[in-house]
Design a protein around this ligand. Structure first.
Ligand SMILES: Cc1cc2nc3c(=O)[nH]c(=O)nc-3n(C[C@H](O)[C@H](O)[C@H](O)COP(=O)(O)OP(=O)(O)OC[C@H]3O[C@@H](n4cnc5c(N)ncnc54)[C@H](O)[C@@H]3O)c2cc1C
Length: 335
């Protein structure tokens, strides 16, 4: 899901909005649908919390946003219970992204323009790269290794890689592309409409245990399934008994403060580390890449918020769940 609301944060709000324009351009180049404009509906539990901050920032940036009273919110979905909510905040221009197709498109377009795709296990070798014994050199090297970034650079990067699960429930007409994604940030839980016949996706977003993306079991748990179903029953009562038709286990990789890592290697200034974004690194990808190109070309300087080094634990920007324990900040590496 690409949404523009990031609380009071202007940088990430602008980055996401710019990214949408670039995704649209990629879509035209690829000649196939990459974004589905379902909109996103934030379900606010406080009068002046995260959603109100999103609203102020979006209004200021002239990004489409609309505050809805609970009656209006309740009329959006075929079945809805507004208990515990104060209001809804609709971002009508927010999209669901075809993730797999988006990555495939990126690779195809890059290769068509002269990029060479190599598959192998890469290790840093000074300011070069060793790929399965072959040394590759370049003017600039960027390591964007997702949840493996802190394994490649354990002395420089600290990530918390945690497990998340989502579940797909079979739903009838009225729950497809015409209704928005919902985010109950304080839930914390979110869900996607049935955009492609895979069912209504419900993703409990509470922090869970550490996850090894190479070895951890990816079977779904009955505990999380129950959490998803309990929420469905309470919030979308007509879906209380919707049959489960699928689901997946996925990982988040987050820094302590939820900010990206975009920083040069302290010993090799032409080597850059990029990560800590979870799915947001992907959604913001086109604009984030544009920003990184500007850094590499010296058009602007790296922001301190993305630097290596200790971070203060905080949730919010990418996930409502605090994946880092506050005392862990003491272990965070110094740049
Ligand atoms: C099933 C599933 C569903 C998900 N659903 C969502 C969702 O709905 N919303 C959301 O926000 N996020 C979701 N995620 C998480 C999201 O996919 C990731 O957070 C995101 O892909 C991270 O992007 P990235 O480019 O930083 O890293 P990745 O997509 O993980 O890419 C990193 C790449 O680097 C490669 N790599 C790493 N180390 C090395 C090395 N040493 N040598 C060579 N290659 C290396 C890896 O093989 C990988 O291809 C989901 C994940 C899964 C698995």
């Amino acid at each position: 899901v690409i949404r523009y609301g990031h609380g009071a944060d202007e940088f990430d709000t602008d980055l996401a909005w710019r990214s949408r324009a670039l995704w649209r351009r990629l879509e035209q180049q690829a000649g196939q649908e990459l974004l589905i404009e379902t909109g996103v509906l934030w379900l606010a539990r406080e009068d002046d919390g995260w959603e109100a901050a999103c609203e102020r920032t979006l209004l200021e940036r002239e990004i489409p946003v609309q505050r809805l009273d609970l009656q209006a919110v309740s009329s959006i979905y075929p079945s809805f219970d507004a208990q515990g909510l104060r209001f809804g905040l609709l971002e009508p221009a927010a999209d669901v992204i075809h993730a797999r197709r988006g990555v495939g498109t990126l690779v195809e377009l890059a290769v068509a323009r002269g990029a060479r795709l190599l598959r192998g296990f890469a290790r840093p070798a000074g300011n070069a790269v060793d790929v399965d014994g072959t040394r590759l050199s370049a003017d600039r090297v960027i390591w964007a290794c997702g949840p493996w970034l802190d394994r490649v650079f354990p002395a420089l990067v600290e990530l918390r890689v945690t497990r998340r699960e989502y579940f797909n429930f079979a739903v009838g007409p009225g729950w497809g592309r015409d209704v928005p994604v919902f985010y109950d940030f304080q839930g914390p839980i979110y869900g996607l409409p049935d955009v492609e016949g895979h069912g209504w996706k419900v993703a409990p977003d509470s922090a869970t245990k550490d996850f090894d993306p190479d070895t951890t079991d990816r079977r779904l748990s009955s505990v999380k399934e129950q959490e998803a179903r309990d929420y469905l029953s309470a919030r979308f009562p007509a879906l209380a008994d919707a049959p489960l038709v699928g689901g997946r286990v996925c990982q988040y990789e987050l820094t302590a403060d939820n900010e990206f890592v975009v920083a040069p290697h302290p010993e090799h200034p032409d080597v850059w580390l990029l990560g800590g974004g979870s799915g947001h690194g992907f959604k913001h990808g086109p604009a984030l890449a544009e920003y990184v190109v500007g850094l590499l070309e010296g058009r602007h300087t790296a922001l301190p918020r993305h630097a290596l080094g200790p971070r203060q634990p905080s949730a919010g920007l990418r996930s409502a769940a605090l994946d880092f324990e506050p005392d862990e900040v003491a272990r965070a590496p110094q740049a």
